[in-house]
Design a binder for this molecule. Structure first.
Ligand code: ADP
Ligand code: ZN
Length: 734
């Protein structure tokens, strides 16, 4: 049982703030951390970007000794180690790239207990010498990242992952936390079995990535579409996935000649070039990387704004993980796939040389992919359904929701389909069911004697094709009338809702499948634009300056920019204008370590900006109004300095005089001195000015209503009083 400082339970939240700068745990993070700290095996299934890393990083930091983190890729480890070091945490990795000296340092820090996280690949774990030293060390727990690599049913099987259990047992009796972002119920079962942790505390959070916009475009004139899209997202980070190295090179080249900063990435490049191109992307020297799926696992760049699948992916799991790399920081993330059936056929050819099981599995995964593309149902409902999560409503934020496919009504058809599932004993997949319905005789149908069933050929009475029935069955599965069997994934069974439906049917609205063979028209394209999140509330100009500074600092420190500060933190800075270390530490995602390491130049920049632009900030609440308004203020101050008539200023900014007065008062109350004499002298004679001035001098309040009571009868307008109040405040108070 590991040693945990008893106070950690009360202070976890404080440590979260102090180290990582976050005010709150996200989702199940806190419960997960408690679970592993209490010594329970813990299994975490969360989508990319949900914040899995923190679930083992924080407990590792508060526990005595060192946590071992098993991770499949060197790039991934390096990334996390960089990020942790930026937070001021001692984390290191152990792999074959280390020199003797580096290796010794890792071992020394582990044995003396100063190292909090040791990242290691499963290959290195099996090495005798590493095992020996780990046995001597005080290990707090073991974290297994990307745990889906254990399962053959997943999309990224790594045989060496299956040895982990044995090795961990060899090191000692340690609690294990396994984490993954993709697991169908079947893969999940497989992982738990292999790690012998069926008893684990399971935390499965929703897979929904609310900020991602999913869309599929027909792969017609794809290059032109691609360039247009990337240009529309100029200056933003994006990944374009292609199937082959050749296409990767071709597309990278194509983008480059079209003035997009892009580089290729695939396993065929020499390691140096590969590393260079990856770093160029992380460091924002290029905006776009064109890559095979060799790229990305462990690329934790949080501000990727679009992920494009130029070719169709091989599985929905892969697709979900790849698209998951967009918008990890919770901000904008666009996921576009170019789809044509030709691509699917190409992929099928690749599977020819595989073993029978492998081929069947690959074919099944691909079939799910095709369905996803073709169905007119909300993409999010389809994706979540695939991962065993039922969604009651359409999401409203995918192409199928924004631009719905034509619909049709059904009722008797649904009853018939459900009856077919029942009559075939709930043991068959969609293809077989549609064969039975359309009386497509084949060896399976006859060998099960399904040609004798009551429902056999009944589908023909509706004059519908096999394609229609497949689509219908898939749609009613997504809508919860049928469900997939966990052990045998293609098999469909009735749910309670399906049972009820047969008893008491009602009309259902389904969507027609897509036809990807036609060229998108201009009108389609206009409708295609992903809805944007609306006007940003932050100071764009300051954000630009902060980003430029971040890039400079990152260059000096040889770190990716997001390791310094992430976009959401920068946006917050450009909203609340922190000008002290304390205020900076209040920003989400900025812990004390970061303030110390990187804070100063940013604080200085903001302070100067605030001063130059005369922005008001209060202690922790910001009074400052929106960006545009602050620009207007600056404009007004400049114009008054130039002695421009107030009427003219109002007109040039299309303001009512009333509104302009309010702006000027606001400027004045925030402490800026304004000299309006040039204007006031035009509209009031000196005696009247003196009268009002004296009034404000001895009045108990500068309230205008009160002043109006005093002067109202004497032909003074409210505007006169307000102008004089500004003059008074400027001369006396400011
Ligand atoms: P995952 O490993 O699940 O893909 P990460 O661990 O990379 O996700 O986290 C995704 C993003 O969420 C990162 O930018 C991280 O800094 C941020 N994050 C994690 N936990 C929190 C939290 N409690 N509050 C705010 N942001 C968080
Ligand atoms: Zn949707």
């Amino acid at each position: 049982m590991m040693q945990v400082d008893q106070t950690v339970y009360t202070t976890l939240k404080e440590r979260l703030k102090e180290i990582f700068g976050y005010n709150q745990f996200r989702g199940d993070q806190e419960a997960i951390i408690h679970s592993i700290l209490s010594g329970y095996n813990t299994f975490v299934i969360m989508p990319t970007g949900a914040g899995k890393s923190l679930c083992y990083q924080l407990p590792a930091i508060v526990s005595e000794g060192t946590a071992v983190v098993i991770s499949p890729l060197i790039a991934l480890m390096k990334n996390q180690v960089d990020q942790l070091n930026a937070f001021g945490i001692n984390a290191q990795f152990l792999n074959s790239t280390l020199s003797k000296t580096e290796m010794n340092r890792v071992k020394r820090d582990t044995l003396n207990g100063t190292l909090k996280l040791l990242y290691i690949a499963p290959e290195s774990l099996t090495k005798e010498e590493n095992l020996d030293f780990l046995k001597k060390a005080n290990i707090s727990f073991v974290a297994i990242d990307e745990a889906h690599c254990i399962s053959e049913w997943g999309h990224d099987f790594r045989p060496e992952y299956r040895k982990i259990r044995g090795i961990v047992d060899n090191i000692g009796n340690l609690p294990v936390i396994a984490l993954t972002a993709t697991a169908t119920p079947k893969v999940q079962q497989d992982i738990q079995k292999n790690l012998q942790m069926e008893d684990a505390h399971l935390y499965k959070t929703s897979f929904n990535r609310k900020n991602l916009y999913y869309e599929i475009k027909p792969k017609v004139d794809a290059k032109k579409q691609l360039i247009k899209y990337v240009k529309q997202h100029k200056g933003k980070s994006g990944i374009i996935y292609c199937l082959s190295r050749k296409t990767v090179e071709e597309i990278a080249e194509l983008l480059s000649v079209n003035d997009v900063k892009a580089l290729p990435y695939h396993a065929g490049l020499d390691p140096q070039t590969r590393m260079h191109n990856q770093d160029a992307f992380l460091n924002e020297d290029v905006d776009v990387v064109c890559a095979t799926i060799a790229f990305g696992m462990g690329i934790d760049k949080p501000d990727v704004r679009f992920v494009i699948h130029y070719d169709a992916p091989k599985s929905l799991e892969g697709y979900y993980q790849e698209t998951g790399r967009a918008g990890r920081d919770g901000l904008e993330g666009n996921c576009v796939m170019f789809y044509s059936y030709d691509d699917i056929q190409k992929l099928e050819k690749f599977n020819k040389d595989k073993s029978v099981t492998e081929r069947d599995n690959a074919k099944h995964l691909l079939g799910e992919m095709v369905s996803y593309a073709n169905l007119g149902v909300c993409r999010r409902r389809q994706l979540l359904g695939y991962f065993g999560e039922y969604m009651e409503k359409d999401c409203g934020f995918c192409d199928n929701c924004v631009k719905p496919a034509p619909t049709f009504k059904v009722q008797n058809e649904v009853v018939l389909a459900l009856q077919t599932v029942l009559q075939t004993d709930q043991r068959f997949d969609v293809t077989h069911l549609s064969d039975v319905l359309t009386a497509t005789s084949n060896q399976y149908v006859t060998s099960y004697e399904h040609n004798r069933l009551d429902v056999y050929g009944k589908g023909r009475e509706f004059n519908e094709t096999a394609e229609f029935w497949c689509s219908l069955i898939k749609q009613i599965t997504i809508y919860g009338y049928l469900e997939k069997d966990v052990d045998n994934y293609g098999i469909l069974k009735l749910t309670q809702r399906g049972m009820n439906y047969i008893e008491d049917p009602y009309p259902l609205t389904l969507h027609k499948n897509h036809d990807y063979d036609h060229l998108p028209t201009d009108e389609d394209e206009d409708k295609d634009a992903a809805p944007t999140s609306g006007g940003a509330a932050y100071d764009q100009e300051l954000l630009g300056l902060l980003k430029a500074l971040r890039k400079k600092v990152a260059k000096e420190k040889n770190l990716p920019p997001y390791v310094i500060f992430q976009d959401p933190s920068m946006e917050e800075m450009a909203t609340t204008y922190p000008t002290t270390r304390e205020e900076m530490a209040q920003i989400n995602g900025v812990g004390l370590g970061k303030v110390q390491k990187f804070g100063r130049p940013f604080i200085e920049l903001i302070a100067k900006y605030v001063e130059d632009n005369d922005i008001e900030t209060a202690k922790d609440v910001v009074i400052k109004s929106t960006v545009n308004k602050s620009k207007v203020k600056i404009y007004i101050i400049q114009q008054i300095d130039r002695k421009v008539d107030l009427d003219e200023i109002a007109e040039s900014k299309s303001l009512q005089m009333e509104d302009l007065m309010e702006e000027i008062e606001h400027i004045c109350y925030s402490g800026t001195r304004l000299n309006l004499d040039y204007y006031i002298n035009q509209v009031m004679d000196e005696d009247r000015q003196d009268e009002i001035f004296d009034y404000f001098m001895q009045a108990e309040t500068d309230n205008i209503a009160v002043a109006m009571e005093q002067f109202g009868g004497d032909d003074f307008t409210e505007q006169d009083l307000r102008l004089m109040r500004i003059k008074f405040l400027s001369e006396v108070a400011n």
